[in-house]
Design a protein around this ligand. Structure first.
Ligand code: TGC
Ligand code: FAD
Length: 392
């Protein structure tokens, strides 16, 4: 299959054959199996759960982790390209893969015991188990350091109490990675715990009324004296930093994913503008419309270059969290603006789901907020370059 996407600066030439192949497989999957269903899913407010095993079969879950745990062992450019193609379909589809890969499999791989890795990673890779990541709480979003969920030592394990909110995949997950404060040596430390769905005192509630991420499950997790055994602690977690390390992985995928949503909106607007005749001429012939289309393509091209370099830094072991902040902040912000401009170019048609633009626009409002809001990333980079923290 030849790639026919937006590639103004011929980045295609910088990709390896394997990277192109993986991207094309993802693209075909999205076009043939996901896109024909997404309008209905978004209308109904449902996630196409039956497609999840396909993500496993295609090797898209935990795809950078090693083969000994049943994963594909691919590089980060390939992971980025897959994220881009999934989000070209819908942010909710990419989010499913991001959460499973970066927020569940990554912490188990990085902080888990050999038993935890051996048990969970192959199941999660094959999509025989679904995971979720519980960090955010009703009163602690941008500032997770203040989280109130607590783990208390108890006979043979821990008892969890607290509430997590806005948790992707929460109600469909077999296992939750939950971040809670544990008193150790007289002080509180944030640790990660694995909580299986069957645990007594673990309740899940799906959040209703969303106008964004309608084809994705978002839930509240409630822990009421929920006992888990000692071996469910992720032993390598040492504080908030462990949770933030997971976010860096997920934000990397989001930086690429947002480009996919932007491309979908740009391509739709370009086609529409070429065929929509107003004042006796296709609107694409008007200078103001061309200016919008050119801005969109320029920003997509810049975002592609940023992400490609980011991937090379990551594969080369030189990536800093602040590098990821810049790409997440920029790429999602421009994708959101591109979606808004595309919506404008489509006129009244832009508000219907006959076109993908309004769905991407609504989704991108979430993507701009989750995994660190645009301003939190701005302040993170501000702290990095000035040495002064705006958070304190
Ligand atoms: P701070 O003092 O900055 O950091 C504590 C320690 O952690 C290190 N660190 C990081 N390490 C790796 N990756 C990162 N991104 C890191 N950010 C910080 C830092 O170097 C420090 O290490 P050390 O060795 O000095 O102890 O902590 P802070 O409390 O001041 O927080 C800073 C802030 C505001 C940037 C952080 O709290 C933050 O990122 N807030 C945003 C919260 C957020 O993004 N939540 C996302 C929840 S998950 C989600 O949204 C999933 S959506 C579904 C999907 O992904 O598809
Ligand atoms: P707040 O932190 O209350 O921020 C509100 C506003 O205040 C923002 O504009 C913000 O930029 C601004 N603000 C906050 N602090 C500052 C400051 N110091 N200076 C300047 N401005 C500031 N979380 C998970 O743990 N797991 C998940 O799987 C997950 N999935 C999600 C799925 C969806 C659909 C959504 C919507 C959210 C999800 N989240 C998840 C939660 C997400 O990470 C949080 O919503 C996000 O971190 C922001 O927190 P908040 O909503 O509490 O906003």
């Amino acid at each position: 299959m030849t790639y026919s996407g937006v590639d103004y600066y011929r980045l295609e030439e910088l990709l390896t054959e394997e990277e192109r192949m993986v991207r094309d497989v993802a693209r075909r999957f999205v076009e043939e199996e996901f896109l024909p269903r997404v309008q209905r899913c978004f209308r109904e407010g449902s996630f196409p759960l039956d497609l999840v095993p396909r993500l496993g079969q295609l090797g898209f879950l935990g795809m950078t982790l090693p083969a000994r745990y049943g994963c594909a062992g691919m590089n980060n450019i390939a992971y980025g390209l897959v994220s881009q193609e999934l989000e070209r379909g819908d942010s909710g589809l990419r989010s499913f893969a991001s959460v499973q890969s970066s927020l569940v499999m990554y912490p188990i791989y990085t902080f888990g015991s050999e038993e935890q890795k051996g048990f969970w990673l192959p199941r999660l890779a094959r999509a025989e188990a679904i995971g979720c990541f519980g960090l955010t709480e009703p009163d602690f979003g941008s500032n997770p350091a203040g989280l109130r969920t607590r783990a208390k030592k108890s006979a043979g394990g821990y008892v969890l109490n607290g509430t997590k909110r806005w948790i992707t995949n929460g109600s469909i997950a077999d296992v939750a990675v939950v971040w809670a404060k544990l008193e150790e040596d007289g002080r509180d430390t944030i640790r990660g715990f694995l909580v299986e769905k069957e645990r007594h005192g673990f309740l899940r509630r799906e959040i209703e009324g969303k106008f964004s991420f309608r084809a994705s499950v978002t839930s509240e997790l409630i822990f009421e004296d929920c006992w888990i055994p000692q071996e469910n602690l992720l032993p390598g977690t040492t504080g908030l930093k462990s949770a933030l390390m997971c976010l860096t992985q997920a934000r990397y995928g989001i930086a690429w994913g947002a480009i996919g949503a932007a491309i979908a909106c740009y391509e739709c607007a370009l086609e529409y503008a070429k065929s929509r005749v107003m004042f006796s001429r296709p609107i694409a012939g008007y200078q103001l419309v061309q200016a919008k289309l050119v801005w969109m393509l320029t920003e997509i091209t810049k975002a592609q270059l940023l992400s490609f370099r980011l991937g090379k830094l990551k594969d080369g072991g030189q990536l800093r969290p602040e590098h990821v902040s810049m790409a997440k902040m920029n790429n999602v912000a421009i994708a959101l603006q591109i979606a808004r401009l595309a919506r404008d170019i489509l006129g009244a048609n832009g508000i219907t789901d006959d076109y993908p633009v309004i769905r991407h626009l609504l989704n991108l409002e979430t993507v701009n907020t989750y995994e660190g809001t645009e301003d939190i990333h701005r302040l993170t980079i501000g702290r990095d370059i000035t040495g002064l923290s705006a958070f304190e």
